[in-house]
Write a protein that binds this ligand. Structure first.
Ligand SMILES: C[S@@+](CC[C@H](N)C(=O)[O-])C[C@H]1O[C@@H](n2cnc3c(N)ncnc32)[C@H](O)[C@@H]1O
Length: 336
């Protein structure tokens, strides 16, 4: 059965909303008379698949990381942890299945592979360690203040200001780590859904533990997804806002990542990122040659390089705030 990608992506955000008309007036109604097919529409099950009332089969916000076809989901609808955990996902085109592992949904290309394991550069692998994941919000992240990071509360406020036009929409917190900001976005009640996405299995497990300890969060619209920022498992033009805190310097290919972020954003969607600059205005000239990028170390960029990356991917309205080596920047995908 043919499901148009455009229809799926247009409908996906409304699919996530528990009571859209009440909370987020800009969302389309769940069942629009103007649509030829009511949403969430059901696909006739094959004889092999028994469909129970709450086990609808439907296209989902998530797309196959191999071919970007919207995934078919079987299970309870919704973006909360329990619904995602109980759902199975399948790509109609690749026939590849995806499911939750240890409470996060694994949407990497390598999900389910038996023999092959992906080894990424050190700056990515470091955060897959259980120890680093455990320590991350227990001292590691606090050290960023020495480089000019204002601290999570202030950084969250700055990001929310940039996300003003994305209120009521879907936010993807790319490279969320243990979910420091994903949890704040979800708790704010400002967005219809939050996807906490990281490549590190242990960061996601840690994020799950933090969510479970917080009564206000365990039932909200937050999903944990394992994915590579260079291969984001969402349809093109399906996401209202992307946040990437303290992450760009950890990515294997910042250009592929920014291109992917641009692809998944809707027209008018906002990207907000923060990172360490290679040089701050206070860095003496004679120190700068020692800060050049190496394949092994972190990929610290200059502000000019960050702006160049965003612009070359077609993002506009670039602006930034800098404090010592800390930069928070934002850019917008143009409306069509
Ligand atoms: C310094 S932490 C940032 C965590 C959090 N966003 C914050 O603001 O504190 C960087 C994160 O980038 C993630 N990361 C590194 N390479 C990645 C990749 N290829 N795809 C997705 N995430 C990646 C790491 O797993 C790590 O959790």
């Amino acid at each position: 059965m043919a499901i148009s990608l455009a229809a799926a992506s247009a409908s996906s955000s409304s699919f996530l909303r528990p009571s859209p008309q009440a909370r987020f007036p800009k969302c389309p109604p769940l069942c629009s008379k103007s649509q030829s097919r009511p949403w969430p529409f059901r696909i006739r099950a094959t004889s092999a698949v028994a469909v129970e009332p709450d086990q609808a089969i439907q296209t989902d916000i998530f797309a196959c990381p191999i071919c970007y076809e919207p995934l078919i989901r079987k299970g309870p609808p919704g973006l909360n942890l329990s619904a995602i955990y109980r759902s199975g996902f399948k790509c109609k085109r690749c026939k590849k299945s995806y499911s939750s592992k240890d409470r996060y949904l694994d949407l990497t290309v390598t999900a389910g592979l038996r023999d092959y394991t992906e080894i990424q550069p050190t700056r990515t692998e470091l955060f897959r360690s259980p120890l680093v994941s455990f320590l991350y919000e227990r001292g590691w992240r606090q050290n960023f203040r020495q480089s000019g990071f204002p601290g999570p509360d202030e950084e969250f406020k700055m990001a929310q200001d940039y996300f003003e036009s994305a209120k009521g929409g879907l936010v993807v917190d790319v490279s969320c780590g243990s979910g420091l900001f994903s949890r704040k976005f979800a708790k704010s009640g400002t967005y219809s859904g939050v996807i906490a996405l990281d490549f590190s299995e242990n960061m996601l497990r840690q994020c799950y533990d933090f969510i479970k300890k917080d009564d206000k969060l365990s039932t909200t619209n937050i999903a944990l997804v394992r994915a590579d920022v260079s291969r984001l498992p969402f349809s093109s033009g399906s996401v209202d806002a992307v946040h990437a805190g303290a992450a760009l310097h950890c990515w294997p290919s910042p250009s592929n990542a920014v291109a992917e972020i641009t692809r998944i954003l809707k027209g008018g969607g906002i990207f907000v990122g923060s990172t360490f600059l290679r040089y701050s205005s206070l860095t003496p000239w004679f120190v700068r040659p020692f800060r050049e990028r190496t394949p092994q170390g972190y990929g610290y960029l200059t502000e000019e390089e960050i702006k160049d990356l965003c612009t070359s991917c077609g993002l506009t309205n670039y602006s930034s705030r800098i404090q010592q080596a800390f930069i928070m920047f934002t850019a917008q995908k143009p409306q069509k």
